[in-house]
Design a protein. Structure first.
Length: 112
């Protein structure tokens, strides 16, 4: 069965995270996990770490400002859930392309 609806655009991610998982200390056993997708990581990096306005950050990722806002809201919820419940935060997944180039005429390389 084919997926329904419009296919998702690939998100442009400029930086590959150095660490793929954050884990809480002081909790016995293996904590639960929440997944932060690569586009959510990039949205957090651009908006919260680099303090870019949403319009510029959306342009950097080649998506609309409204889509960027939704991704950023989802990222904030995921990180908040991980912190408040003591869950590990794993950074992975999503449809994205890692590129530092301004012009992206090539086809997407990374799809996870």
């Amino acid at each position: 069965m084919r997926p329904r609806g419009r296919p998702k655009k690939y998100r442009i991610v400029k930086v590959d995270p150095k660490i793929s998982q954050f884990s809480p200390r002081g909790r016995a056993g293996r904590p639960d996990e929440v997944e932060l997708k690569m586009d959510e990581f990039e949205a957090l990096r651009l908006a919260d770490h680099q303090d870019l306005p949403q319009k510029e950050a959306a342009k950097s990722m080649r998506i609309s400002q409204q889509t960027f806002s939704r991704i950023l809201r989802r990222a904030h919820k995921t990180v908040a859930k991980g912190i408040t419940t003591g869950s590990a935060i794993r950074i992975q997944g999503g449809q994205y392309v890692i590129s530092s180039r301004q012009d992206l005429s090539e086809k997407p390389a990374n799809q996870i």
